[in-house]
Design a protein around this ligand. Structure first.
Ligand code: ATP
Length: 472
């Protein structure tokens, strides 16, 4: 991009609409500010500056877009990190908050007709240019259309409220048209993703789940049945706005963006429009069923806590802590045969689940307390369960605690999940693999994929590297 420097030393790239260089803005909305000037773009820092006293500097990395009102008021929608409050932790200081900037277009000629044409010029050139610079991927000039699926029963039943408070206004700022669909029943999202749903999903740039991991999981089970699955995942991006009780993917996305884990973060990331290739995995069970997953498989105490604590749903995410304490008191041993293909070993076709694995696989048979195969950093909000995982690393990290570990060992692991320090514990084994098979030899637990129970028995999985695109 060629650029020239204006009198302020700021770059004015060729792509910045030249026609707008005749436009002047003032910092006050009533136009009385005498220090009006042109908006100048600094390419290096991707920021806009309006000279004045003081200068207004707008970091476009923190912005979602812009619009111009018929009165000539230019609004730029910024969501900067809030400043640290006295006594707040550094992490808390990273949360974003809306902080729109308003600049008044000046009627320099005093001619009403000329002023109207200047406003039209802003609308047709300046506003699209700002939108383009905000997204960084060039998609902001076009009004994008996103399907927003809301589960009204997720978590504390705040899905609709979150949609009204965050999704709709922020989407408008980012020039995204939301088509909101509230799920009417369990399984609705699965049906909607299938070829024969009667809805052409290719009309949408992205599909956003406002709910918990279970809603997205349902969507994946429908998508995996599509005859055009590969094309579908290639063309349509996915996003998650946390409204459930676990919200593992949402927490992993926030962490991956190095931002504070909050609803506003996830909506901001979606609006920014950068969908990156991420991993899925395909599970097969001895009963002949297949499941597509993006998060985890748990068995043993973790699965028991997740699924049996359903009865405490009213407690929100606290239900997991309360039930874990109970499960730890009434501790069980779980026996299984675990086979895995270590990361780095060439992965071919998966062996049929009723056939033995080949010599490249490693097999162990033992009593276990904990078995947790993860693909993302967080299994749920506040659970930094797999610090080394990346959304697109092409592998599982399996966390295993064997049966010989003590109750205290297990307790320290559960406490350490919060900050990820369990990875340093001696009794915590971490297996990196691209495929695994778990054959439970005791029938005292559950199998839990992404927080949803599947039929109990032998199960195997293979990573599908970069199989879908997620905003993160
Ligand atoms: N309209 C609906 N009525 C009843 N159940 C629904 C409806 N829509 C979706 N569901 C079901 O709600 C279940 C739980 O949803 P979801 O995962 O969104 O919330 P959660 O369980 O609170 O969060 P998490 O999975 O993160 O712990 C899903 O398995 C889905 O089948």
């Amino acid at each position: 991009m060629s650029s020239v420097h204006n009198q302020n030393g700021l770059a004015s790239p060729a792509s910045w609409p030249d026609a707008c260089n005749s436009l002047k803005f003032s910092q006050s909305s009533d136009g009385t500010d005498s220090t009006s000037s042109h908006l100048a773009l600094d390419v290096q820092s991707n920021s806009l500056t309006l000279s004045g006293s003081p200068d207004v500097v707008i970091g476009l990395g923190d912005c979602l877009g812009a619009s111009i009102h018929p009165s000539g008021l230019l609004s730029i929608y910024c969501y900067p990190m809030t400043k640290p409050k006295c006594g707040s932790s550094a992490t808390k200081a990273r949360i974003r908050a809306p902080s729109p900037i308003s600049l008044q277009l000046e009627n320099t000629s005093g001619d009403a007709t000329k002023f109207s044409s200047d406003i039209a010029l802003c609308d047709s050139t300046l506003v699209p240019a700002i939108r383009r610079l905000c997204t960084g991927s060039g998609v902001g000039e076009r009004r994008r259309k996103f399907l927003v699926l809301v589960n009204p029963f997720s978590g504390k039943k705040q899905g609709n409220q979150i949609c009204e408070t965050f999704v709709k206004p922020m989407f408008e700022h980012a020039n995204i048209e939301p088509v909101v669909l509230v799920t009417e029943r369990a399984g609705h999202a699965t049906d909607l993703m299938k070829n024969d749903s009667g809805t052409d999903l290719y009309q949408y740039d992205a599909i956003i789940a406002v709910g918990g991991d279970g809603l997205l999981y349902e969507m994946m089970q429908g998508a995996q049945l599509r005859s055009d699955k590969a094309e579908f995942f290639d063309r349509v991006a996915f996003g998650i706005v946390p409204a459930g009780s676990g919200n593992g993917l949402a927490a992993s996305v926030s962490h991956g963006c190095d931002e504070f884990d909050a609803t506003i973060t996830n909506v901001f990331v979606i609006c920014k429009g950068e969908a990156k290739k991420s991993d899925l995995s395909l599970y097969q069970t001895a009963a002949g069923n297949s499941y597509t997953s993006f998060l985890s498989l748990s068995w043993g105490i973790v699965a028991d806590v997740d699924l049996e604590s359903e009865v405490l749903r009213a407690l929100g995410s606290m239900r997991f802590d309360v039930y874990a304490v109970w499960r730890m008191i009434a501790l069980k041993q779980y026996r299984a045969k675990l086979s895995y293909l270590p990361a780095g070993v060439e992965i071919g076709a998966m062996p049929p689940i009723d056939q033995p694995v080949d010599g490249n696989w490693t097999t162990i048979e033992d009593n276990f307390l904990c078995f947790w195969a993860l693909q993302t950093t967080h299994a749920s909000q506040g659970m930094f369960t797999s610090p080394a995982s990346r959304m697109n690393d092409g592998k599982f990290h399996i966390y295993v605690v064997r049966g010989k570990a003590s109750r205290l060992n297990l307790l320290t692991s559960f406490l350490a999940f919060e900050d990820g320090s369990h990875v340093k514990q001696k009794h915590m084994e971490i297996i990196e693999c691209t495929a695994f098979r778990l054959e439970p030899l005791s029938d005292n637990s559950h199998l839990d994929i992404d927080g949803e129970e599947v039929e109990y028995g032998a199960i195997q999985a293979q990573v599908q590297a970069g199989a879908w695109k997620v905003f993160y």
